[in-house]
Design a protein around this ligand. Structure first.
Ligand SMILES: Cc1ncc(COP(=O)(O)O)c(C=O)c1O
Length: 398
């Protein structure tokens, strides 16, 4: 939330419209202050520069509200097609599956838990310590109690601990396919078996990993099963605004049995549809159009090309970092690499002074680099040069 600073002057609401040049200057100034992915200096974000065509696709749709679908049959069809593409990519069943385009991982995870709670009547959620903080918000909003599962040395959920935490009160089990801090992929296959056995909802948070994991084999890595090909997976979240080329905000939520989403349905008497099954009232058609354009122009070959690029650069950072005396927290599973450091916040601050955005992680104390498509060979080389200098003044162990 934004807080009033108490300053006067330009913060007064204009009594008369600003002139066009005044407005343009104000916006230009604000944009200049914001970081720009295209400079290649951002290593701490899970978003990236979207595809230009996707940005352009949004413009004609900014006035349309998919929350009133009767007025937007065109966008509703785009959404339906997008959901079908995604279900095909994630091996969804041919009948009964469905989903929707949302604003991102937070909305997708919250909505998945909302559905799971209403269908099961459960009051607890079994989730790994690596789960994104969006789950903390969702649990609070839905009055659900967390049953936290420890993670192994590679940052993955431990299935036998999850098995012990599942009870009759369990509303859902969460698996993370590409964790926020380490890019770790949980053993979803084992969690799926547990979920099937216990008859509980398994939600896979593939917000980050969803456009990485399907293509690992083509990028020369081992494929890790994580999607609806595993029978116990009930729902899956994936964010096109992370590695799908779409502008923010864009997420997707998919269900094996979309009729379960009826459990969150509310009447919407004044709209063109009698009931809605979405968190948002007004839903931006623009993000559906932009996401459609991004994925249409990306295709499987685009994801594979992007993945090869980011994985190669991730490996380069991993190798060079070790040459500088840094220790990997774990071998990178995808395009995130983290190194142990006794003072990650100090290094982060020094790197920021040199113009780089990198993340500091508290547990385990480490420096984290997310290698997104805006990162180039040249920017990695420059960043590593500065990192070497900073580490001279702040060595990893002492
Ligand atoms: C694994 C994971 N899940 C959920 C989210 C939340 O997504 P959003 O920020 O799009 O709401 C993130 C964000 O980085 C994430 O990494």
């Amino acid at each position: 939330m934004s807080r009033s600073s108490g300053r006067k002057g330009s913060l007064a609401y204009p009594s008369r419209p600003l002139s066009r040049p005044q407005l343009a200057a104000r916006l230009r100034q604000a944009r200049k202050e914001d970081w720009d992915y295209r400079r290649g200096t951002i290593f701490g974000s899970m978003c990236t520069q979207p595809m230009e065509e996707a940005v352009r696709a949004a413009r004609p749709f900014v006035t349309a509200n998919l929350g009133n679908p009767g007025l937007c049959p065109g966008t509703a069809r785009l959404e339906e097609e997008l959901v079908r593409w995604l279900l095909e990519l994630f091996h969804g069943p041919r009948f009964g599956a469905g989903g929707s385009i949302v604003t991102g991982g937070t909305e997708a995870n919250l909505t998945a838990l909302w559905v799971a709670r209403n269908v099961s009547g459960g009051t607890e959620v079994v989730l790994p310590r690596s789960a994104h903080f969006s789950f903390v918000k969702a649990l609070d909003l839905l009055s659900l109690k967390p049953r936290w599962i420890p993670v192994d040395s590679k940052g993955r959920s431990i299935p036998h601990k999850a098995a012990r935490a599942i009870t009759r009160k369990t509303a859902a089990v969460i698996a993370v396919a590409g964790s926020t801090e380490l890019g770790a992929v949980d053993p979803v296959e084992e969690l799926s078996e547990l979920a099937l056995e216990a008859g509980v909802h398994l939600h896979v948070d593939a917000a980050f990993g969803g456009f990485v994991l399907p293509f690992l084999k083509e990028a020369g890595r081992e494929y890790l099963p994580f999607d609806f090909s595993l029978e116990g997976v009930s729902s899956l979240a994936v964010d096109p605004h992370k590695l799908g080329g779409a502008p923010v905000p864009s997420g997707a939520l998919l269900f094996r049995e979309v009729k379960e989403a009826g459990s969150i349905s509310v009447d919407s008497p004044y709209l063109s549809s009698p009931a809605v099954t979405a968190l948002l009232g007004t839903r931006p058609s623009a993000n559906v159009a932009a996401t459609f354009a991004a994925l249409a122009r990306m295709g499987r070959s685009g994801h594979i090309r992007t993945l090869r690029q980011v994985l190669a650069l991730t490996q380069r950072i991993a190798d060079e970092g070790q040459r500088m005396g840094l220790e990997l927290v774990t071998d990178p599973m995808i395009n995130i690499v983290a190194f142990r450091h006794r003072n990650p916040a100090g290094v982060q601050a020094e790197m920021l002074r040199k113009g780089w955005d990198v993340s500091a992680i508290r547990e385990p104390g480490s420096l984290r680099f997310v290698v997104m498509p805006h990162v180039t060979e040249e920017s990695v080389a420059r960043m590593l040069r500065d990192l070497r200098t900073v580490l001279r003044g702040s060595p990893p162990n002492g």
